[in-house]
Design a protein around this ligand. Structure first.
Ligand code: UT7
Length: 326
């Protein structure tokens, strides 16, 4: 039984922080940020908005688009986040309660690829008969864990959330492949400590987002290439079969490198990082919904997702779009 996406909803906070705003308190400029990343502005959650609140709004958007019925039969909730409200209770359990679902719920921590990791788990559980439908959410308030004195990271991140219902779709549609990977030897390159002071390799951890941008950049370009090609091959497709590429929205130069290796035109690539910056686990569902609303996705299109991030981790997936759902 194929499993695909049946419904989609997203949310970004109203408050906009532009590059010019950042240049008022950081030694940076719109010119530097634009040429090095492609980002022009990002959204910032209100003081009293956290991962749960953004996730809730994304699910409300999903329900507004698809109706209450979209949540019927959802018996699993997974929230991918790198900035949870609490160690426990988990965000997914709070969402289960908010929407009155009879469902299992857990959070998943896997860096920016967390939403694709969560999709893979949801698809696997539906295929195995462990769940009927799953609500898979990516929700981030990275601006709350940003070191606002560090210009090399503070300019990159934004807040947002995306939610999707995963469930059975007709033959010929649905997820055709997943590629997931991790390499903890690069863990120090992108970290934020919690209880421990150091990583196993002795690296003293920061209590805000720390990143060695150059190292992560090189890793990203490498895995975007290998993971996408592997996902296309596992799906039994060729590069030319991919209709739309929906990459993690971290840096336009990274997206461009992947686009070139895949031999795609810009019209086949979804880019919205200029508006939202890097929203981590939320970046792909937000980009996907924009593409859908912009009429860029048709029934039967083969879509390619890819992401990379803290762990270090990476993930890619190929989805044949079911137009009768979302
Ligand atoms: O979801 C995964 C998250 N991670 C990422 O997506 C990050 C991947 N990495 C990147 O996107 C890029 O490495 C960055 C955008 C973070 C940085 O771009 P870069 O071209 O790798 O620049 P760099 O780190 O090599 O820095 C070049 C220069 C440095 O100055 P010097 O040493 O050449 O004098 C930095 O101090 O740019 C300086 N710099 C800045 N200047 C103005 C770093 N950040 C800024 C800034 N404004 N915001």
């Amino acid at each position: 039984m194929p499993v695909g996406l049946l419904a989609l909803g997203t949310y970004v906070p109203d408050k906009v922080l532009t590059n010019e705003d950042l240049a008022r308190f950081l030694d940076t400029s719109d010119e530097w940020i634009t040429t090095r990343t492609g980002i022009k502005e990002r959204r910032v959650a209100e003081q009293n908005q956290f991962a749960y609140d953004l996730a809730e709004r994304a699910v409300l958007d999903l329900v507004a688009r698809h109706g209450e019925g979209a949540l019927a039969d959802v018996d699993l909730v997974i929230v991918a986040t790198n900035a949870p409200d609490a160690f426990f209770p988990n965000t997914a359990a709070l969402i289960q309660n908010r929407f009155g679902l009879k469902a299992a719920g857990y959070d998943l921590l896997a860096g920016c690829p967390g939403w694709i990791y969560a999709l893979a788990q949801a698809v696997g559980q539906v295929e195995a008969g462990l769940a009927r439908k799953a609500l898979v959410i990516g929700s981030e308030v990275l601006t709350k864990i940003t070191d606002w004195r560090d210009r090399s990271t503070a300019v990159l991140f934004g807040d947002g959330a995306g939610a999707a219902v995963v469930g059975p779709v007709p033959d010929g549609y649905g997820f055709r492949s997943f590629v997931l990977g991790a390499d903890g030897s690069g863990g120090a390159a992108l970290h934020m400590g919690a209880l421990a002071n150091t990583l196993p390799d002795g690296t003293r951890m920061s209590n805000k987002i720390f990143m060695n941008g150059r190292e992560v950049f090189k890793f990203a370009v490498r895995v975007m290439d290998t993971a996408t090609l592997e996902a296309i091959e596992k799906a039994g497709l060729e590069k030319a079969d991919i209709r739309l590429f929906v990459p993690h929205q971290a840096n336009l130069r990274i997206v461009d490198a992947a686009r070139e290796r895949l031999g795609l035109d810009w019209e086949q690539v979804v880019v919205n990082l200029h508006k939202y910056g890097n929203t981590s686990t939320a970046s792909i569902p937000i980009a996907l919904k924009e593409a859908l609303d912009g009429g860029r996705i048709r029934d039967g299109d083969h879509l390619l997702f890819v992401s990379f991030g803290a762990g270090l981790t990476w993930a890619a997936a190929v989805l044949t779009w079911y137009g009768g759902g979302a």
